[in-house]
Design a protein around this ligand. Structure first.
Ligand SMILES: [Zn+2]
Ligand SMILES: [Zn+2]
Length: 130
């Protein structure tokens, strides 16, 4: 079981499947929703996510569903109907984010000019399904 949760501890999740893919997202929507220059995501197969504590709050924007802790606002999960069969959680809400290093960069087109990483991971201009 892979576990994670929010800053205040009110909203916890558990995932009963191995991670399928990990990626940085530089898109403007992720930046706005997180308040951070980039968001690392970890992808899992649909149907493997449980909320053993409080249910998260849900916001649907541009047809995509994002969940947050209703008490502290930590961004937790993401679902895009254009990417059926899987969902994502914010890698840094996982209890052990060190085990889920990003494999590449998506939406490099939107990358902020003052934000740079020194890795040599593949960089995709938009979202490239893996
Ligand atoms: Zn919380
Ligand atoms: Zn994004």
């Amino acid at each position: 079981m892979i576990t994670g949760g929010c800053l205040c501890g009110a909203t916890r999740y558990a995932i009963d499947a191995p991670a399928r893919y990990t990626s940085y997202c530089h898109c403007e929507d992720c930046r706005k929703a997180s308040g951070a220059p980039v968001v690392a995501w970890t992808f899992f197969p649909s149907g493997s996510l449980e909320w053993p504590s409080a249910r998260p709050a849900t916001v649907v924007f541009a047809d995509r569903e994002r969940t947050f802790c209703p008490k502290c606002g930590t961004p937790l999960s993401f679902f895009d109907p254009a990417i059926p069969g899987e969902f994502e959680v914010t890698t840094c809400s996982l209890d052990h984010p060190e085990n889920f290093p990003p494999q590449d960069h998506n939406w490099s087109l939107d990358r902020l000019p003052w934000f740079e990483t020194t890795d040599s991971l593949p960089r995709h201009a938009t979202f490239t399904p893996q």
